[in-house]
Design a protein around this ligand. Sequence first.
Ligand code: NAD
Length: 345
Amino acid sequence: MSDLQERLHLIRDDNSDICGVIAIHSTALGPAAGGCRLWHYASDQNMIEDAVRLARGMSYKNALAGLPFGGGKAVLRKPDEPFDRTALFRLFGRSVEELQGEYITAEDVGTGISDMRTVRQQTYYVAGLEQHGGRAGGDPSPWTSLGVFEAMKIAARIRFGSDLKGLRVAVQGVGNVGAGLCRLLHRAGAKLIIADIDTEKAAALAEELGAHHLNVDEILRVDAEIFAPCALGAVLNEKTIPTLRVGLICGAANNQLATEADGEALMQRAISYAPDYVVNAGGIINVAAEYLGESDDQVENRVLQIGNRLARILQIAADEHTPPHVVADRMAQQIIAERRMAAAS
Ligand code: NAD
């Protein structure tokens, strides 16, 4: 099945040095949507590879979330401090404008609302700005937390035959999404075990919710029903997987599996894995709704569908004895391929 990159758009500064790239993986379902990351990269090659990998992830995430958007991602190399942030995001905004709506941007790791406001001075093809009235917009994190929570409810029902009440959930990272998820889990009666490199933040949340607070190494070895990675990518790898003592993994972090083989390793250990981009789609659902001028109610409807979509994936994975992330990728590829075929006929 074709999984080709459609286009790479290099962003160059006044000296013609490459300072960023916009990768468009697919526009079969609509304009390529995905955030803009500001990060340190050792080489142009690393930066381009990251953009390409992230753009493909966005295609799959958008397709499975039922959004009328393809997948793309922008990556900017973080210059040494101090640097002119406004000038960088103006340049980026002009690059987005040059693509004439083929790519729609928003914030991602290292960028925020104020950067998107700068981008907005150059182009309309941007979301992730402030919320107005009952229209969608603003911080996507609460929607991401809700989507992960809905996914976890369904996955727990499938894995343990119960609701979340009384289940022990180990949450790694209690930032914007992780803390929101913890509050939802607390209300549902789950027993929370939390860890964050910001120990003060974790301690405060533990006190608020009556959660058990561990250090960051212990959270990967704790005996619990569910592990919710809400901090870093590549947290599921050859070192951590043998130490896990949980039955289900369901969390917000992007790119949780370090390699494809790690998804297989989880299946061998009989640990159910809820594919990250299926469960953490709440944020992009909100960003997409903002761009389309939709309401918060429409966002909520879409976010509440995440659980059912995950249930289907887990069911197929169990029937075929295939890792769930493989099933999710295949479903997303099918949606994109069918649309391409329909457009070509
Ligand atoms: P955040 O920066 O607000 O929170 C991340 C938290 O993880 C921080 O509190 C940080 O101190 C902690 N952390 C970092 N390294 C850690 C470690 N080794 N062990 C324990 N804690 C650690 O980020 P966020 O917006 O809450 O996003 C969390 C994850 O979810 C990220 O991987 C992000 O890419 C992904 N995600 C977020 C959204 C969203 O709407 N914000 C949407 C989709 C995916």
